[in-house]
Write a protein that binds this ligand. Sequence first.
Ligand code: PLP
Length: 398
Amino acid sequence: MRVPPAQVYFADTDRQEILSRMDEVLSTGQLTLGKYGRELEEQFCRRVGSRYAVAVNSGTSAIEIAMRVLGVEGKDVLVPTNTFFATPAAVLHAGGNVRFVDVDPDTFAMDFDALRRAVTPNTVGVIVVHIAGIITPRLTDICDWCHERGLFVFEDAAHAHGSALNGQPAGTFGDAASFSFYPTKVITAAEGGMIVTDLKHIRDEALLYRDQGKASFTTNVHTRLGYNWRLSEPHAIIGLSQLKRLDEFIAARRAIARFYDERLRDLPGVTPLPIPVNCRSNYYKYICLLAPHINRAALKQTLRERYGVGLSGEVYELPCHQQPVFQQLCGLPPPLLGKEGGSRHSPPYQGGAGGGSPFPVAEDICRRHICLPISARMTVKEAAYVVDALLEAVASSQ
Ligand SMILES: Cc1ncc(COP(=O)(O)O)c(C=O)c1O
């Protein structure tokens, strides 16, 4: 048997519907900024429970647009160091400075105490990332604390379509949020992203930025330094088809996760990350922590080569503060590449107690977690095969 790390799923009926809508837009020529993009926005904000949604061509552009609208130029934005490249990159592209923050080992989310320590007089806001679809139970405290100080909170919810905390959906806690429709995500539009917000001025500004900063669709007067961040109608058609399956997809992922929870309870050396009781994860990823003596690279290789099991990508393998590009741009302590780091605008990071890394938790969890295969298509039989393969591979690595 071969088990892929993740799988995209389009039912036959969905493919037929997509093809017939594609045919319609090809024949009308309404290929971008049309009725399907608007329908996707309407349905998405209804599903998330936000007032507004703006569809864009990637999760990355959704973050950059929001950062431009929130006004980060020359200011510091706090970002968890265990996130995808796009989160800090979008801040830098919008002219802001990134200050990385360590994370909480229980949720992989930004640690509230570390956040409080990282704020500088130049800080304008915080980006929280719902890693793997998990929302930290500290999120409401983080939002309250930030808002009392006039700092924005932005949710990078690229992983979190349909996740919730205390019944409140991801994307409705901060001032605005972004989602990604990249093919590995819980739902896809092939490519695409979405900004959601309850604040009208953020929605209005996002609409301008999305379309080259044009004051209106029909004029050529440009009032903002926007870009081509538009979502095409073919992408919106695919996204609509997937959105209607979101609950079904999450239910299928949860069934696999329940199975893993049950079967991995007593596996020595491999500990599933428990989901906080008040959080409803969409199980974008199923995370397990490995005991320190297990060599992750060797384990992945054994699973792949001997058992045909592909583990899905980590979240994340290398924290951002160890990525060469951010070491150069974000004022990070001892640069990996032997070059002087040094921020353009912010004071350098303070080391941890005893001069250690300021990001010990992120470094530890990034080094020793794995993500088991999970998708809406996966069967319990495949999950059972993964568990058996993992048992054997871990035993042989002891
Ligand atoms: C946490 C996070 N933020 C942002 C993005 C960027 O989304 P996209 O690939 O749609 O640009 C991703 C996508 O992988 C992500 O995982």
